[in-house]
Write a protein that binds this ligand. Structure first.
Ligand code: ACO
Length: 330
């Protein structure tokens, strides 16, 4: 599917102030800086303040993206928030962000849950809605407060995740061949039991016992997820390149989901593209799920790693299991 005329007009990101280092974690659970760095590449992550909700972080990133695009909140008529950690189960986080930013009432605002692939799914959704001709300017936000759903006593997960937000403003362009060239989304629902939160939904509502057992927190079969993440991201990347008859070496920068440095290194080997062509910030933020790609995209743009004419490949993988890729010409 091609969207020849949807372009990214601005990007922004936000990371909460508090830094939690690997050494800090080593005081909380039986782990070490050496173990975390060698297995995941993560050195530190950001943790939102107790009174800082997902929407608060999303608003900060969105303001920066709007400023970068030279637009106002009143210019937006479509707001999509990719998150698995909304402020409340209902209403959508997008409604709080709409209100705080001042996005007009006659705009479409909703959340989308595709876990760590959420931003790529939301980008595809926004571009399809824009190219339908029924919307003009979209704000696409990936934001998570994962610290609220982490079991801080489980060393196999608590060392991996962090909080943050990334936002992009998307609009239409009359220059064909620029912007989002295409996407490739996928889902392997048979892997839904590899990465999940077991309680707090309709199947198993939270009870005092489930909360005491921390069953409202993320559980993961890390080794299986690792293997499938490499396979899914490699497939999503290869498929989109083939669809568009583009060689991997024509990609100036790959912006992969930032879950684990070893996963990114494996993709680099599979695609036969050197690590210099991959944007990496997992060392500073850990895995921020739906926020990871838009934060990385913003940092890549602001640090001059994306230039006019460049081809960028986004590639994501997450709970579901979901995966996806997107090809962008700047
Ligand atoms: N500190 C010290 N030891 C630990 C820790 C820790 N934090 N966590 C686990 N260990 C121990 C284990 O208990 C195990 O000990 P054992 O051999 O005595 O049983 C040993 O270290 C090895 O554990 P493994 O799970 O085999 O370690 P592995 O090399 O597979 O790395 C990791 C684990 C980092 C979780 C890896 O599997 C991984 O990155 N998986 C993918 C995770 C991921 O990316 N998830 C999210 C993707 S989708 C999304 O973003 C939502």
């Amino acid at each position: 599917m091609t969207h020849p005329s949807t372009v990214i007009l601005g990007t922004g990101s936000y990371a909460p102030e508090r830094v939690l280092t690997n050494d800090d974690l080593a005081h909380m659970v039986d782990t070490s800086d050496e173990w975390i760095r060698s297995r995941s590449g993560i050195r530190e992550r950001r943790i939102a303040a107790p009174n800082e909700a997902t929407s608060d972080m999303g608003v900060q990133a969105a303001r920066r993206a709007l400023e970068d695009a030279g637009l106002k909140a009143t210019d937006i008529d479509l707001l999509i928030v990719a998150t698995v950690t909304p402020d409340l189960p209902m209403p959508a986080c997008a409604c709080f962000i709409q209100q705080k930013l001042g996005v007009p009432n006659n705009s479409a605002c909703f959340d989308l849950n595709a876990a760590c692939s959420g931003y790529v799914y939301a980008l595809d959704t926004a571009c399809a809605m824009l190219t339908s001709g029924r919307y003009r300017k979209a704000l696409v936000i990936g934001v998570e407060k994962l610290s609220g759903v982490i079991d801080w006593q489980d060393r196999t997960t608590c060392v991996l995740f962090g909080d943050g937000a990334g936002a992009t403003v998307i609009g239409l362009s009359d220059k064909p061949g620029l912007g989002l060239l295409g996407t490739r989304l996928g889902t392997a629902g048979d892997g839904a039991d590899l990465l999940y939160i077991s309680h707090g939904g309709s199947r198993s509502p939270s009870t005092p016992e489930s909360i005491a057992a921390r069953d409202h927190c993320i559980r993961m079969k890390g080794k299986e997820v690792f293997k499938l993440a490499v396979r899914g991201m490699d497939e999503a990347a290869r498929d989109i390149l083939e669809q568009h008859q583009i060689r991997a070496d024509q990609i100036s920068l790959v912006i992969p989901h930032q879950a684990n440095l070893r996963i990114i290194e494996a993709i680099s080997q599979y695609l036969e593209l050197p690590m210099e062509r991959f944007f990496v910030n997992v060392d500073r933020y850990g895995n921020t799920s739906a926020a990871s790609i838009p934060i990385a995209l913003d940092e890549a743009r602001r640090s001059g790693r994306i230039k006019p004419g460049d081809l960028t490949l986004l590639v994501a993988f997450g709970a579901g299991l979901t995966y996806g890729s997107a090809l962008i010409r700047w």
